[in-house]
Write a protein that binds this ligand. Structure first.
Ligand code: ADP
Ligand code: MG
Length: 882
């Protein structure tokens, strides 16, 4: 009898146990195993009931203070956990850790698992990465580490500022960030908002939930509960040191090292185990890759579309013809980090070319890749102890494709492919081992037998033989007794309660022999046993139990053996992923008619002939994309693009950015000729997209993005400014636009595309020698205007708007008036001369006659004695002189 029934008003031992555990997990939903249910109590119950649509009841209903309670059936727990975690919550699972039969008093319970958004390994995320990010700070630098527990990918870097940290988190699409230092309040706020955006991009979720609990995403390592857990973990780590192979951290900075250690502690705390697939950490530097901030990546729709944050309609979507999950993941990270090293880029381009040239080999390669399952995920399931029998079959199947892939690569007879093939270790001994051990028809369950192949283990075979013999003995006994007793309907049956028994119908009871004894009486029949039957039964039950126990043990051994291959499996996965990405490049290049770009790190000129916007072209369908040339001589740095709305300015600029990115990830590009320098960064200020993350006003966002570009760009960068200055009053915006153009022109020298509706800016071409005007051509025919989408030299026709208004049928008087106003406006000198000329004027060297006279007159003028009228006249005279 439970004590709580006797003392309902006091806290029961069960509830006390709950509270003791809960206090260590204040920021997580605690699922507390009781019988066939996992129960939630108090606030957890109230919140979970709402989120998971559970019935909210209460414990001790009749007491003064009933405890709110909600429960989920134990077999459905993963579904509920997944839902909570997808929404950004943490979940702790407390299980019974002793057999209730053995329990003295209350059964022992403990948390066996903590699942957080960044440590979820079983989600249905289509093989995409799920990164857990950790950050730390020392003086003026930051360290950032990220890990995907489902694949073992683990990297760390140092970053200069919090903005870059935020950018990395965003481009990793992290769902959880842990901080190794006490975050400033504003940082917490920024990160929380950002995580909410990233999570809601992926999962539809209720606004209210995200606001209430957003802080839960930031499982700050610095809060008290965590610190306690950290220090205790540190002690445990000390104890276990002898058994553990320590990770090699020698190449890391001190800050990186300490962060990695903190992150590993956090993982251990949540996962409660050593993870054999987390074996290597890789240091990376963002400056080794083409840099793009989050705004740039998202406005170029590289891996997530703007509308819903999904893959469809992105560059990733277009280029992804990979056949394996690891290939698809690698492709995404390639797109996120285009290369700078021309040799690395050329290697990818060369292999792509070879694969295009070897059509049949590529077709075979694709077929074999289709048979390779997610090796990284399989490895991590092994490491997590979650691998089931079919996982091993898939692993062996996958491995058996590797020698075929190697053969194909070698048959092409090219050094680059042979060296890729050499990196692939097919692990034949592991394949053979699994094929020997695991039954081809094995299922997902690991406790019900049928896992291990006959012939693998002698003892197991003996048990199985006993079982088989028993079955035929029973058949024989049944036949014999039928004859002996003359009961034609006699049969032997089995159920759990009565074991094996003779089934005798009521009408035959008279013929039951003496050596039968009664086991059970039913309505229309009775069940009997016999000594002989009991003997067989005993042998069979023993064999059955022993064989499934033995099978389970053998299976665990297979798992442990496989675990030793994890790092080799991961290395193999990497090589397979690479060739998969490259065949994908080849396949898409061939299908879409792309060409190999030529990268010229030492030549600043750009020469793209008949280029297209890869994604727009692919989704256009029946319409034809109008190809465009993009040309910069080595002395041109800025293209000022004018043209009416909807003519194709933005598309042209994005086309260039995408072509650059495609080239630098080693992909072929949509053009007939593409000669490009290597860019170190791409900065964009595109469209009027409001910044969801910070909630800043559009113009503020516009200016801070412009500032970011100007402060960070080098002469090797690419800047795209689309309608800069639009967010403020005309002159204000135009003035800023001009000043920014001049600044980029004089001080930075980055290749810049600047689309503008300020026609006046086209005059800058006369004074800025690295700036060129281009415009989008339009065709007017029989009162119809057609946008040709064709970029052409020179500025756009200024009275274009009035033309369109005329075609639209506006009254003639109105149009004439517009013409007059336009002329007036055009006679006004709006554009201030560019800085260079301005400098020359200030240098006072070549003042002309008028200027000298004006200065003379100004010097002589006695302003104190002037009337207002005199002053006006004086001014008018001066102006006339000018
Ligand atoms: P703008 O920036 O000048 O307002 P956009 O670049 O937004 O114009 O393009 C307007 C429309 O024209 C888009 O729907 C786009 O798909 C189409 N378009 C742009 N460039 C081309 C092109 N080269 N070929 C075909 N259609 C194009
Ligand atoms: Mg536009």
């Amino acid at each position: 009898m439970r004590k709580e029934r006797e003392m309902p008003e006091k806290i029961s031992p069960g509830m006390q146990q709950y509270l003791d555990i809960k206090k260590d997990y204040p920021d997580a939903f605690l699922l507390f195993r009781m019988g066939d249910f996992y129960e939630l109590f108090y606030e957890d119950a109230v919140n979970a009931a709402q989120i998971l649509e559970l019935t909210l009841t209460s414990r001790n209903k009749n007491s003064e203070n009933p405890v709110p309670m909600a429960g989920v059936p134990h077999h459905a727990i993963s579904e509920y956990i997944e839902k909570l975690v997808d929404l950004g919550y943490k979940v702790a699972v407390a299980d019974q850790i002793e057999n209730p039969k053995d329990a003295v008093g209350i059964v022992k319970r403990a948390v066996t698992q903590v699942i957080t958004p960044g440590t979820m390994v079983d989600g249905k995320n289509n093989g995409e990465n799920n990164f857990l990010v950790a950050i730390d700070q020392a003086e003026n630098k930051f360290a950032l580490a990220y890990i995907d527990l489902s694949t073992g990918e683990f990297k760390v870097t140092e970053l200069p500022d919090f903005m870059t940290v935020k950018g990395e988190i965003a481009s990793l699409k992290a769902h959880e960030v842990v901080a190794g230092y006490p975050l400033e309040e504003s940082q917490t706020k920024q990160l929380t908002q950002q995580l909410n955006v990233l999570i809601s991009e992926q999962f539809e979720r209720d606004e209210n939930i995200s606001n209430v609990n957003s802080f839960q995403n930031l499982s700050s390592l610095s809060n008290k509960a965590e610190n306690r857990a950290l220090s205790s973990l540190a002690e445990k780590t000390e104890e276990n040191k002898a058994e553990q192979e320590p990770m090699d951290l020698s190449a890391l900075t001190d800050l990186e090292k300490s962060l990695v250690q903190k992150l590993l502690s956090y993982i251990k705390r949540t996962q409660m185990r050593d993870l054999s697939h987390v074996q290597n950490i890789e240091h990376y530097e963002i400056k080794d890759f083409l840099q793009m901030d989050y705004a740039t990546k998202s406005s170029l729709e590289l891996t997530a579309n703007k509308r819903e944050g999904k893959k469809h309609g992105t560059l990733y979507w277009l280029l992804d013809s990979t056949k394996t999950a690891m290939g698809s993941r690698l492709l995404r990270s390639w797109i996120d980090r285009p290369l700078l090293n021309v040799n690395e880029i050329n290697k990818r381009l060369e292999i792509t070319q070879i694969l295009i040239d070897n059509f049949f080999e590529r077709a075979d390669l694709i077929e074999s890749l289709k048979g390779v399952y997610d090796l990284e995920r399989l490895a991590s399931r092994v490491s997590f102890g979650k691998a089931v029998p079919v996982d091993f079959l898939q692993l062996a199947n996958s491995l058996s494709n590797v020698p075929i892939i190697k053969n194909i690569l070698e048959s092409i007879n090219q050094p680059l492919l042979s060296s890729l093939a050499n990196r692939m270790d097919a692990l034949p001994e592991l394949t053979e081992f699994i094929n020997l051990a695991i039954d081809d028809t094995a299922a997902r369950t690991i406790t019900e037998g049928g896992i291990i192949k006959t012939g693998y283990n002698e003892q197991l075979d003996k048990y199985r033989e006993a079982l088989e013999n028993g079955t035929s003995w029973i058949a024989k006994l049944e036949a014999d007794e039928k004859v002996k007793t003359g009961i034609s309907t006699l049969r032997i049956d089995f159920n759990r309660k009565d074991g094996y028994y003779f089934h005798i119908t009521q009408s035959q009871l008279g013929s039951v022999p003496d050596h039968f004894f009664r086991k059970a009486t039913l309505k229309n029949s009775e069940r009997f046993g016999s000594k002989e039957l009991s003997e067989i039964e005993e042998i069979m039950l023993e064999a059955k139990e022993k064989s499934s126990t033995l099978e389970y043990e053998l299976f665990l051994k297979v798992r442990a053996t496989t675990e030793q291959y994890i790092s080799r499996l991961q290395a193999l996965a990497k090589a397979v992923a690479e060739i998969d990405c490259l065949q994908s490049f080849a396949t898409i290049a061939e299908k879409e008619g792309y060409i190999r770009p030529v990268l010229t790190p030492h030549d600043k000129a750009v020469n793209i002939k008949n280029g297209r916007h890869a994604v727009v072209e692919a989704v256009m369908g029946a319409q034809e994309y109008v190809p465009n040339d993009i040309e910069f001589s080595k002395d041109t740095t800025i293209q000022l693009i004018t043209g009416p709305n909807m003519s194709g300015k933005s598309t042209y600029m994005r086309q260039f950015a995408l072509t650059v990115i495609m080239a630098q990830i080693g992909s072929f590009v949509p053009a007939e000729v593409a000669k490009l320098p290597i860019f170190d960064a791409i900065f964009t200020r595109i469209g009027a997209s409001d910044n969801l993350i910070s909630g800043e006003s559009t113009f503020m966002v516009e200016m801070s993005e412009a500032n970011h570009a100007i402060q960070s760009a080098t002469e090797n960068s690419l800047i795209i400014f689309d309608e800069l200055g639009r967010g403020t009053a005309t002159y204000d915006g135009m003035a800023l636009a001009q000043a920014i153009i001049e600044f980029v022109h004089d001080k930075i020298g980055a290749k810049t595309l600047f689309a503008t509706h300020y026609h006046e800016l086209t005059e800058l071409e006369t004074t800025l020698k690295h700036l060129k005007n281009v415009h989008v051509a339009t065709l007017e025919e029989n009162g119809n205007v057609t946008f040709l989408h064709k970029i052409t030299e020179g500025p756009a026709d200024k009275s274009y708007g009035i033309h369109v208004a005329k075609i639209a049928g506006l009254p003639n008087v109105l149009l004439e008036r517009a013409d007059i106003i336009l002329q007036k406006l055009e006679n006004k000198p709006v554009i201030v001369q560019s800085l260079e000329n301005h400098d020359e004027q200030l240098s006072l060297f070549d003042f002309d006659e008028q200027s000298t006279e004006i200065i003379d007159r100004l010097k002589k003028a006695n302003i104190d004695n002037m009337t207002a009228r005199d002053a006006m006249n004086f001014l008018w005279d001066l102006k006339d002189l000018l």
